[in-house]
Design a protein around this ligand. Structure first.
Ligand code: MOS
Length: 760
């Protein structure tokens, strides 16, 4: 799945299009009724902290990841990858590889041109890894080298090598406008204009990519480290021209994906074809190096914001020009924060992507929004300084209460303002420097506090299915064809089922990670919990209704008289009459399945989004340029929290990835070879526990029952979006000059300080 398809799914474009075409959308947008405050029900388990039901399995190493899959007769697959960034593949000779004893299959994977270093050329399957490696080295490939370009700024040159045949290296990816920006700038008292850049950030999931393919007759079974078992099943069926009914995709445990594991991969198809040729299962695992070059990264951006405002902070015009790069794939459109967060009647966007001879980018945790939030939120802080205004006040004055770019519909919740309010209180906003850089401090250390805003989707996918099975012995199973990326989905399913059935999470057997189970969407777009939890809830409510009827017969009372308590059913009118849960299940006499579904939401009346405001406090050493984050507050509106513990994990993980990208992470390509310089975890820096500050996650108490039967929204991406700009704005507040490029390495911080000294 590329970024565009991903965003369409994350936004729920199909449903939005259907909603937009209805005439009542305009009426609802015009009426824009205030959000009716509702109070969340009191739950026994939902919203409270629950330890992971699979925690013990994971930490003791018993959990079986794709890497751990071992099948009888299984071979090891290896892929030969192009060392050249551009070449004509003249010939591939598999003969010497096939002659190696123990090599069971070999296939060609490249025809014609290769367009990036790391592209697949050929593959082998052998009895063990050493034999496969040896065979790989014997494959003879004749390349005719072609000119290439890996630097996006050079690729823009008219004289640069053409990356894609017959197409310019620069292509428009987005254009948007409302009102008249020229008029808006003319009305402004203050105009700021700056360019902000974000680098190439690699997903680097703990578990690298991999698949195991096995044919059982006509039926294909693929164990895949994927965020999308149903999508991979359908994609494999299409690619191999076999019925989807003959494909099963399994994924039990996973060490993250962050958007890089959303679709069918070329190496999976290679494994399937090798398995067919060899007549034996094939395991194909990618290396950490492969991970940096072949399976995506966050595209770069270079965003120029021009913002005009009245003296009182009212925005009059907002213009964004962006140049993105995603290798042979497209860069991200980063405009949505600029278009949607702040009410500004004159807005104009123009975005282009630049093609280079590097692997294609992939969606990465809030694609586009993450880069866009860095640019927009940095520019808002520079505008606040130009207006001599509190940057938080500037935001609270301008944030929009409706979706401006698309439907014009009001947002279904007012959570953003609460995030600003509670977050500011928790960080001690009044402690910030009144003017950027005014704080001073001991020796070379300067402290500052910054804020940034997040908007994302995450309403969940209507149509998600889950089954609850009650067994006559009282045991309970909940089944859903979703996948747990490591976020805690298993536990969320158990918590919702247990809450609904009056049981404890440990009483529930959870089954997920198999595409033969009822449909659930890709675990991307922060939609897993808001899709799956409501479906489980629905199945549970149906089960309870049936159990009450059965209990009524056993207790000889009316069904309406039966109440459910913990592990039992009793009569309201005569509490002495009661029956244990297990006895009532026994009366069902056989296992009984209850089908649940996540229903729809009124997308023709409201825009369902998630919000957040992050606050960071940093300390900058103005002699070394080193930035340390001291304290961090993340306030999120993601509706009803299902499990306080895993929700906090999501927030901590999301913002950690964000501050890591803000301070350390950047893939660097070598112009001379067309290969990456740092495709490993030694030279590519990722934040460690020593870089992580004191973190306070806050969940604002905004309950919206219209979104689904629990009022649950997503959290995985919202917590990533504002982290880099919150840190950047804190650095700005500390040193009085904005570091307009991430990662904010010591070198870039010192360069910014020099710019300040020279007054430019
Ligand atoms: Mo998505 S980029 O897989 O959360």
């Amino acid at each position: 799945m590329n970024s565009k398809e991903y965003m369409a799914e994350a936004r729920g474009d199909a449903a939005r299009q259907a909603a937009k075409s209805k005439p009542q959308v305009k009426a609802a947008a015009a009426a824009a009724k205030p959000f009716p405050e509702a109070k969340a029900p009191e739950y026994r388990l939902i919203g409270k902290p629950t330890s992971r039901i699979d925690g013990r399995e994971i930490v003791t190493g018993r959990a079986r990841y794709t890497q751990d899959v071992k099948l009888r007769g299984m071979l090891i697959g290896k892929i030969l990858r192009s060392p050249r960034a551009a070449a004509e593949v003249v010939s591939i000779d598999l003969g010497p590889a096939l002659a190696v004893p123990g090599v069971m299959a070999a296939i060609k994977l490249a025809e014609g041109k290769v367009r990036y270093a790391g592209q697949q050329v050929a593959a082998v399957a052998a009895v063990d890894e050493r034999t496969a490696e040896k065979a790989l080295g014997l494959i003879k490939v004749e390349y005719k080298p072609l000119p290439y370009v890996v630097d996006w700024e050079k690729a823009r040159d008219a004289s640069a090598p053409q990356v894609r045949d017959g197409r310019s290296n620069v292509e428009k990816i987005n254009e948007y406008g409302r009102g008249d920006v020229e008029k808006g700038f003319a009305q402004a008292d203050v105009v700021v204009e700056h360019t902000y850049r974000t680098g190439f950030e690699v997903h680097n999931p703990t578990e690298t990519h991999g698949s195991v393919a096995a044919w059982e007759g006509d039926h294909l079974i693929v164990y895949d480290s994927t965020q999308n078992i149903h999508g991979v099943r359908d994609g494999l069926a299409r690619a191999l021209k076999v019925p989807a009914a003959n494909v099963t995709v399994i994924k039990n445990y996973m060490g993250g994906g962050f958007g890089s594991k959303l679709g069918v991969n070329d190496y999976t198809i290679a494994a399937v074809n090798l398995a067919r040729q060899a007549g034996r299962p094939v395991k194909m695992l990618l290396s950490r190096r492969d991970n940096a070059v072949c399976v995506g990264y966050r595209p770069s951006s270079s965003q120029t914001y021009k913002i005009g405002a009245k003296k009182d902070g009212t925005l009059t015009a907002l213009q964004l020009t962006n140049m993105a790069s995603g290798g042979i794939g497209s860069g991200d459109d980063v405009a949505e924060p600029a278009v949607d967060i702040y009410a500004c009647s004159n807005c104009k966007v123009f975005e282009e992507t630049v093609y280079t001879n590097t692997g294609a980018s992939r969606a990465m945790r809030a694609p586009g929004h993450t880069q866009g939030a860095f640019g927009l939120e940095s520019a808002m802080d520079e505008l606040a300084a130009a207006l001599d205004m509190d940057p938080l006040e500037l935001r609270r004055k301008n944030y929009s209460t409706k979706n401006l770019g698309d439907t014009g519909l009001p947002y279904s919740s007012k959570g953003l303002d609460k995030c600003y309010e509670l977050g500011a209180k928790a960080i001690g906003w009044e402690r910030r420097n009144r003017k950027p850089g005014e704080g001073g401090g001991a020796g070379p250390l300067r402290r500052g506090i910054g804020v940034a805003t997040s908007i994302w989707f995450g309403a969940g996918a209507p149509g998600t299915l889950a089954d609850i099975v009650l067994y006559p012995d009282g045991s309970v199973e909940v089944i859903c064809g979703t996948q747990d990326l490591g976020t805690g989905t298993r536990t969320h399913m158990a918590v919702v089922a247990a809450e609904t059935l009056g049981l404890e999470p440990k009483d529930i057997t959870v089954k997920l990670g198999n595409s033969d189970y009822p449909w659930a969407p890709a675990s991307g777009g922060s939609q897993t919990t808001p899709s799956v939890a409501p479906a489980v809830r629905d199945a549970g409510l149906k089960a309870v209704e049936r159990l009450k009827a059965v209990a009524a017969a056993r207790l000889k009372v009316d069904a309406g008289d039966v109440v459910m308590a913990e592990r039992k059913f009793s009569s309201k009118s005569d509490p002495a009459k009661s029956a244990p849960f297990a006895d009532v299940c026994r009366d069902l006499r056989r296992e009984t399945v209850f089908h649940g579904e996540r229903g729809g939401m009124p997308m023709d009346q409201f825009a369902f989004n998630t919000f957040g405001a992050h606050f960071a406090e940093v300390e900058v050493n103005v002699e070394t340029g080193r930035v340390r984050v001291l304290k961090y507050v993340a306030a999120q509106d993601s509706g009803q929290v299902v499990n306080r513990l895993t929700a906090e994990s999501q927030v901590i993980g999301g913002l950690t990835q964000g501050l890591s990208a803000g301070l350390f992470e950047e893939r660097v390509m070598d112009d001379a070879t067309g290969n990456p310089v740092n495709p490993n975890l030694r030279d590519y820096k990722i934040a460690t526990s020593l870089d992580i500050p004191e973190i306070t996650p806050i969940f604002v108490d905004v309950f919206d029952p219209r979104i689904n039967n629990l009022g649950v929204k997503g959290l995985g991406e919202p917590a990533r979006v504002p982290a880099s700009p919150a840190v950047a704005n804190a650095v700005y507040n500390a040193i009085g000059v904005h570091v307009r490029e991430i990662p904010m390495t010591p070198k870039r911080v010192l360069e910014a300080l020099k710019r300040k000294e020279s007054g430019s």
